[in-house]
Design a protein around this ligand. Structure first.
Ligand code: ASP
Length: 309
């Protein structure tokens, strides 16, 4: 079983993972923050692209479940000597990992990897395509805060064109019953995105109607040409700041934030921002994903029982 795309999960499967995550959140509050669930299993983190939150939380998630973790980063590996993705995967696969968590700048990498291994493959971001565990942790964060997503209006604002988060989150939020609108300059909204079921707006004029504003990072590393005249002009029209966010609205962002570009510094630190809660959710949701994919007959222990106070 793999997690390559958020489309691999129907609503019931998403609910199951977020329910498991809630159980694991309880483990994080214990003095001993470890459970033996995946003892003797091996998780390989294969990262070809920068990551702070995702890589760290997958590593910690695997450790909290008592799995062995091997971290592979392209820097300092034989990739620098010209080893191909396939040869790298086949080499690392010789140690028989049970799960491979893969991030790469190329669309479709996780799916390719899944063809070369029997391990469960988890897509931790493939170019501008998908980032399914981000979508799951965002669903979890909103459920914790609001109980459910049914009927919510969620605006995803900014660089949709280069955002794997946008693609996974549009699908996940709608699957959970929310109504999604994407908003940004026409050059950063892919043509035909409505086919995913969302609405499109090119100005923030109606953003006050949103319950949740989900801002995206300007993804300079994926912009070959300049899709906006300048970051100052972008910020003037699309920055989420104290003037544009009303008191009842919730703010989310996948990180890393460009303060002063897509978000004002003040709004990042405001109580309306769930950005830290999203990071915390990353750990327990990734524990739940590893548990779901690896807890076959070989898993050592069932889900932790809630502890009585
Ligand atoms: N951390 C997220 C990602 O890897 C969002 C971002 O980089 O802007 O896609």
């Amino acid at each position: 079983m793999n997690l390559l795309s958020i489309d691999d999960l129907d609503r019931e499967a998403i609910e199951r993972i977020t329910d498991h995550a809630a159980r694991f959140a309880e483990v994080s509050d214990r003095e001993i923050k470890k459970v033996p669930t995946l003892r003797g299993r091996m998780v390989l983190n294969l990262f070809y692209e920068a990551s702070t939150r995702t890589r760290g939380s997958f590593e910690l998630a695997a450790k909290r479940l008592s799995a062995d973790v091997v971290n592979f980063a392209a820097d300092g590996s034989s990739v620098e000597k010209g080893e191909s993705l396939k040869d790298t995967v086949l080499t690392l696969n010789a140690n028989k990992p049970d799960a491979i968590v893969v991030r790469a700048p190329w669309v479709g990498t996780a799916e390719l990897v899944s063809g070369w291994t029997d391990a469960a493959v988890i897509n931790a971001g493939d170019g501008k395509h998908e980032h399914p565990t981000q979508a799951l942790l965002d669903v979890y964060t909103l459920k914790r805060r609001l109980g459910k997503l049914d009927g919510l209006g969620i605006w995803i604002v900014g660089d949709v064109a280069h955002s794997r988060v946008a693609r996974s989150n549009i699908v996940a939020f709608q699957r959970m019953g929310a109504h999604v609108t994407v908003c940004g300059p026409p050059t950063l909204i892919p043509r035909g995105i409505e086919a995913l079921g969302c609405d499109v707006r090119f100005t923030l004029d109606e953003v006050a109607g949103a319950d949740v504003v989900y801002a995206l990072r300007m993804q300079h590393e994926r912009m070959a040409d300049a899709p906006v005249p300048s970051l100052r002009e972008y910020a003037a029209c699309y920055q989420i700041n104290e003037r544009r966010l009303t008191a009842r609205q919730i703010l989310m962002h996948p990180g890393p934030v460009n303060r002063g570009v897509e978000l004002s510094g003040g709004i990042v630190d405001s109580p309306q921002a769930l950005i830290t809660a999203q990071v915390q959710a990353g750990l327990v949701v990734r524990m739940a994903v590893l548990y779901t994919l690896l807890s076959g007959p070989r898993a050592q222990a069932p889900l932790p029982e809630p502890q009585l106070a």
